[in-house]
Design a protein around this ligand. Structure first.
Ligand code: G4P
Length: 286
């Protein structure tokens, strides 16, 4: 399958990010816990050079708990401050202030030494589309905070959300472009819904997902679709045919409607109904 993102969008996103970077101390990077590397854009290391960094392993509720633990270890080993969160429910967000303080300790101490008081840390939330940036901002900022007006040096229309005395958040997230470094990264982004489904071949995608689930999460798959253990359901096609049967996905003339079964499967997967599933592990990439 040919995965892509439009070059025009990428140039625009890159320019926006570069414009914003001058204003901030801290980059809060949101990644999808089901695909923590595929959902990163490695260019952030260049764009966020000399900035303090925190990685949020978001959608952790949809990802495998053990895999979340391994990814947290991975990022910490790489020298990042990282936090496992569920931006939708708000779970994990309470620890963020402490992590931010740790990540920015150098600036806090420098300000203190220079006698500078009440200069909050300014942060931007960044990530590729659909990782949960807006959900996180809404959830974290909640109702308790106030929006500050335009400030000198801030592009007109930009607003800072004042979280507390220590932290201000830019109200619009920075969009990073997905990086299709390999067929696998493209597939991971497509599976988790980070691309426009209209351009994807759903049956092919469902078939790839089933291949992965059969070898890594067979039990969860069997549980969701009442699959027997008889061993006759070892291929993606057999499972998809079975989904057609149990969900009544047929075309006229009782022909299995694989496209319909594929979208049932994709929908179940993306909303976590098959179980908590992670598509890549630190061991696979190292
Ligand atoms: P973005 O700004 O990075 O593009 O992402 P956005 O916040 O719009 O979130 C994309 C989708 O991911 C939304 O679902 C949102 O609810 C969901 N989401 C964000 N964070 C989490 C999380 O931690 N856990 C889970 N399970 N879902 C999360 P949607 O279907 O597009 O919208 P909605 O129907 O949920 O409102």
């Amino acid at each position: 399958m040919n995965y892509q993102w439009y070059p025009g969008h990428m140039t625009k996103a890159k320019r926006m990010m570069q414009e914003n970077m001058g204003l901030i101390d801290l980059v809060i990077e949101v990644v999808d816990a089901r695909i923590p590397l595929s959902s990163r854009n490695p260019d952030i290391d260049e764009l966020g050079r000399n900035k303090f960094r925190v990685i949020l392993l978001n959608k952790s509720d949809l990802a495998d708990a053990e895999a979340n633990r391994l990814w947290m270890e991975y990022f910490k080993e790489k020298g990042f401050h990282a936090l496992e969160v569920n931006a939708k429910s708000g779970q994990g967000l309470r620890s963020l202030q402490g992590i931010v303080r740790e990540a920015c300790r150098e600036k806090i101490e420098r300000d203190r030494r220079r006698g500078i008081k009440n200069r909050p840390i300014r942060a931007i939330v960044v990530g590729i589309p659909n990782v949960g940036k807006s959900t996180f901002i809404n959830s974290f900022a909640g109702k308790a905070c106030t929006k500050t007006g335009n400030k000198p040096g801030v592009t007109k229309g930009k607003q800072w959300i004042r979280m507390n005395r220590e932290l201000e958040l830019l109200d619009t997230p920075g969009i990073l472009w997905p990086k299709f470094e390999s067929e696998e990264v493209g597939r991971n982004l497509a599976l988790t819904g980070s691309m426009n489904d209209e351009i994807l071949e759903m049956t092919q995608l469902a078939s790839d997902l089933l291949g992965y689930l059969l070898s890594h999460y067979r039990e969860q798959l069997a549980g969701r679709y009442q699959m027997s253990d008889s061993g006759d359901m070892d291929t993606a096609l057999a499972v998809l045919t079975h989904i057609c049967e149990i969900r009544g996905c047929y075309r006229k003339g009782q022909e299995p409607d694989y496209e319909k079964a594929a979208s049932v499967l994709m929908d179940d997967f993306r909303s976590g109904r098959i179980g908590r599933i992670t598509l890549e592990l630190p061991a696979d990439v190292s």
